[in-house]
Ligand binder design. Sequence first.
Ligand code: T4K
Length: 402
Amino acid sequence: MRRERIKLAIFGAPAAFKRPLYTGAPIVERQSEQRYFAWMKQAFRRNCFTNNGPLLQRLEKEVAGIHSVKHCVAVCNATIAQMLLLKSLGLRGEVILPSFTFIATAHACLWQGLKPVFCDIEPDTLTIDAEKAQRLINKKTSAIIGVHLFGNVCNIGELERLAKNYKLKLIFDAAHAFKCSLGDKSIGGFGNAEMVSFHATKLFSTFEGGAVLTNDKELACRVSVLRNFGFTGYDKVEFLGINAKMPEASAAMGLASLPAIGRRISHLKKNYFIYRKSLVSIPGISLVSLGLKGRSNYQFMPILVEEDKFGVSRDILYDILWKENVIARRYFYPGCHRMHPYKSLYPDAGRGLSVTEDIAGRILCLPMGLQYPERDIGTIRDIIITVHSNAGKIREWKTNRG
Ligand code: T4K
């Protein structure tokens, strides 16, 4: 472990970085920006800006191809994609999902009138624990939702077995898993369907956006009708639909970004391994392994802080990093079950979530898409080492501040 070189901002030194380093800062290369304007020019020439335009259709075809699935239905964001999917599958009653996920996974269920039943996660992949999910199944259960968190693909084999044995629908929230795979099989074709997010903070962005990926033609058709108010033809509405369409401006951004995806993943993977090498020997800091069972896209850099060995808690490290302009995030603290409305609706929902509680209290995601990784990750490492070496002084500072 190298000696620290940093004077900490909490003790009056200037912040280590002049500008904030964000976790989730959009990645847009100059070439992608140029391609975006070229695609938009086409939209202006055609005078076509939304309602299943040619750019959208092209994007859907390309995204389906990348994930080796038959259908991609793109919509305005992944939360709405999940809601349309739940409705299209005609689900009722209870849905089992991890609490350790972005709140949208739970909200989409409740908006559809489904009761989210929170399940614990595996300690290594941080994805839903299939064995514990089995214990939560009852007569009211209609589906299981796995989340490929941080690009770690769920224990799909076990979840498929459960879904088959108990006649449940199986859905995957693949918001973090664009271009990830299990073995050599890409995400997109597992379960009944999977949702991906194209939010600006994601590896692949359409500013806002998302999609349902599936091999089920009928399901894809239903989602696509629902995203357009339920229209099945001019003057003909057959379902309670909504406006969830993706405009051409978003599709243009997607088409502009697609050629850069391979390079982005290589860059993020390189950053991940620089981080790994830099942080691995710091006592009390461990890295969440990515791509354990397949291919990850490395868009997140999650670490775990063990207070006893590191010297200060995750939350103190988090505060210190922010003061240094390292905008780390506690994704996904404190777990959905501890947030409203779930906390008030289901006060007992935390039972059996011991791994979730532990991980939520220790997780920290560090900035990933850095332009100068060697230099900046080195500085982040030095801050973390300095915190560890000065843990006693920092605890005293924290106690005095109250
Ligand atoms: N399922 C899972 C597992 C998810 O993680 C998500 C979304 C969903 C479902 C739902 O997908 P969508 O419906 O959103 O398509 C962000 C995103 O809004 C959200 O999409 C994402 N997950 C979640 C993990 O992160 P925030 O509120 O934490 O992001 P925010 O605004 O603080 O942005 C992160 C950082 O990025 C900021 O510190 C600044 C920087 N940033 C952000 C934006 C938008 C920029 O520099 N420029 C920008 O334009 O939720």
